[in-house]
Design a protein. Sequence first.
Length: 56
Amino acid sequence: MSKNEQSHKEKPVSELLQEQSKELKTYIDTKHREMEELLAESEGRLSEQLREHTRR
């Protein structure tokens, strides 16, 4: 058994699941924030293009 496997054996499964759950939530929150920023950015570009187009 490797050291990694041993350290996993020391922690109860519920604790490992809680850690994974926290990590996953953090990851999802980060991706959600990035997605919102990208959407806001592209909406900004679209409204700029529309303004330029209506000026012509």
